[in-house]
Design a protein around this ligand. Structure first.
Ligand code: 13P
Length: 375
């Protein structure tokens, strides 16, 4: 056990001995001392140096959309074959610490009759699971969304743990527009994220708390910083109120960027400076790691910006990635649904995973793209 984890164990043992003082009392987690320790160790493994997370948890509508763009029919068998392709990529575990699965996938088997979570574990990769049930319109607030999935979550978490999951993810979305976001939207989503995180920890699963500020719009970098700051402040206030153990969770957030349609696009150095400033002002140092989503950036742009952020350093958390599209786009385009393209698609995935593995160490350069065996 590392010195850091021993310290976490002591802190958490202490916390479990606090006597609640009534509303607003100091955090008093409900679990025994060992569960938080195991969770802290999983959280540390997920942000191990040089590694990051592959988000392969697209819901049925989302994977359907991605497949449709490439004329791949979204059948259960095609989804299974595609995820098997991803997870059987050789040496993936060198760069990928964990994979986020979707409900359908965690129950599927490979063509060799292996359970998907077992396949990942055999590569030294921690299996995780998306547990939210997607977003619906927030009533009364045009253009805003609330994430659903709290009903029955306690029971679903127990089952996912049985199926091999060791961490969970819940995504909330915050849109930037003329009068958006509203306080009601940020607060209701923060409350749901906190309940999700508390329930996950109760089940011994590390929550990845993901409030995503959407890239859509022509807003400025400064506006994105303002909204991300307000969102993260509200989310951490809710997490503390719900007695979530900060040492046993990860934050998943977007980089602070200019809106996708903004006239002026901040360069990687400015994105890094602004993102780090925003996170320093909002994320407690007790959180072991922050992982970035790609959110619709091109794969190379996401890697360049991740590299700039990680290179700046000097922060109390491990910084890493939890990319969906920025890891998978090239692989899916190469595969096109054909078994003949599996090896080339796996090479494309391994290449992007390697580039991002370099970026989290601040060691990525354009040269790495030329070392792409898939080119
Ligand atoms: P993207 O990297 O494609 O944004 O996906 C990450 C994710 O898991 C969103 O919830």
């Amino acid at each position: 056990m590392t010195r850091e984890l021993e310290t976490v164990g002591k802190i958490m043992t202490t916390h479990t001995h606090f006597t609640p003082l009534g509303p607003g009392a100091v955090a008093t987690p409900n679990h025994g001392a060992m569960a938080p320790l195991a969770m802290a160790s999983t959280a540390a493994a997920l942000v191990a140096p040089g590694k990051g997370i592959l988000a392969a948890d697209e819901s049925l509508p989302t994977i359907g959309k991605r497949f449709a763009a490439l004329n791949i029919p979204s059948t259960e068998e095609n989804r299974r074959a595609y995820r098997e392709l991803l997870f059987t990529t050789s040496r993936l575990g060198e760069f990928i610490s964990g994979v986020i699965l979707f409900d359908e996938t965690i129950r599927q088997k490979t063509s060799n009759d292996a359970r998907m979570p077992d396949l990942l574990a055999a590569q030294g990769i921690v299996p995780g699971i998306k547990v939210d049930k997607g977003t619906v319109a927030l009533p009364g607030f045009a253009g805003e969304k609330i994430t659903q999935g709290l009903d029955g979550l306690r029971e679903r978490l127990a089952e996912y743990r049985q199926l091999g999951a060791r961490f969970t993810k819940w995504r909330a979305v915050i849109a930037i527009g003329g009068h958006l976001p509203t306080t009601a939207c940020i607060e209701s989503n923060a409350r749901a994220l906190a309940l999700f995180a508390a329930l996950s920890q109760e089940a011994g699963l590390v929550p990845i708390v993901e409030p995503e500020v959407l890239m859509d719009g022509d807003y400025t970098l400064a506006r994105c910083e303002e909204v991300t700051t307000a969102t993260l402040q509200t989310v951490f206030a809710a997490l503390c109120e719900h007695r979530v153990v900060l040492e046993a969770m990860l934050l998943k957030t977007g980089m602070v960027l200019s809106g996708k349609d903004g006239a002026e696009q901040a360069d990687a150095a400015k994105v890094a400076e602004t993102t780090i400033r925003c996170l320093r002002r909002t994320v407690p140092a007790a959180v072991p790691g922050i992982v970035f989503l790609s959110g619709g950036q091109s794969d190379v742009a996401a890697t360049e910006r991740l590299n700039a952020i990680c290179r700046a350093g000097g922060v109390p958390w491990q910084l890493s990635f939890s990319f969906g599209r920025a890891l998978q786009d090239a692989a899916m385009k190469t595969w096109k649904g054909s078994p003949a393209n599996v090896a080339a698609a796996q090479a494309a995935l391994r290449h992007r995973a390697r580039c991002n593995g370099l970026a989290v160490q601040g060691k990525y350069a354009e040269q790495a793209e030329r070392e792409n065996p898939a080119r």
